[in-house]
Design a protein around this ligand. Sequence first.
Ligand SMILES: Nc1ncnc2c1ncn2[C@@H]1O[C@H](COP(=O)(O)OP(=O)(O)OP(=O)(O)O)[C@@H](O)[C@H]1O
Ligand SMILES: [Mg+2]
Length: 154
Amino acid sequence: MAKLPLLVALPDEAASAALARRLAPLLRAGDVVALSGLIGAGKTTFARALIRALAGDAALEVPSPTFTLVQPYPEARIPVAHFDLYRLGDGAELDELGFDDAAAGGIALVEWPERAPARFATALSVALAPDGDGRVATITGDEEWAARLAGARV
Ligand SMILES: Nc1ncnc2c1ncn2[C@@H]1O[C@H](COP(=O)(O)OP(=O)(O)OP(=O)(O)O)[C@@H](O)[C@H]1O
Ligand SMILES: [Mg+2]
């Protein structure tokens, strides 16, 4: 079992993308990945690389869902929905966005999970924070995630 939290240094954007590519093969339908961190922490950058890896398309356009709140990628190996809850009014709005269906049938990547924390208790959590000119990722999750991460070289 991996000892969580795992701390991963991400000195530049390429390192964030490389971590996302290492995590991508671990993900399955039903998984929720919570991407936390302050404004500009690098959440969308990380999500973009993860979605591109899951879609098998390194050039796939992945806009920030800041205004749409959710952007679906049904064409990925496993369908992915990318949420940005920064502008979420309340937890009920998450239901209107179709969060439960997206998370049941595919992978949900969620920026700003702090907006509805009760919904993400079993998520894999990737928290990004500044570290010099780069970032550091703190990866944590429940025992099931610890077991899954143990089999991966994250
Ligand atoms: N590991 C990294 N090292 C250095 N810069 C990075 C790293 N990851 C992302 N960045 C840079 O940080 C900036 C903000 O990135 P990004 O838009 O992904 O943040 P965000 O957390 O999604 O922000 P928001 O809260 O506004 O959604 C971008 O200029 C990006 O290139
Ligand atoms: Mg963002």
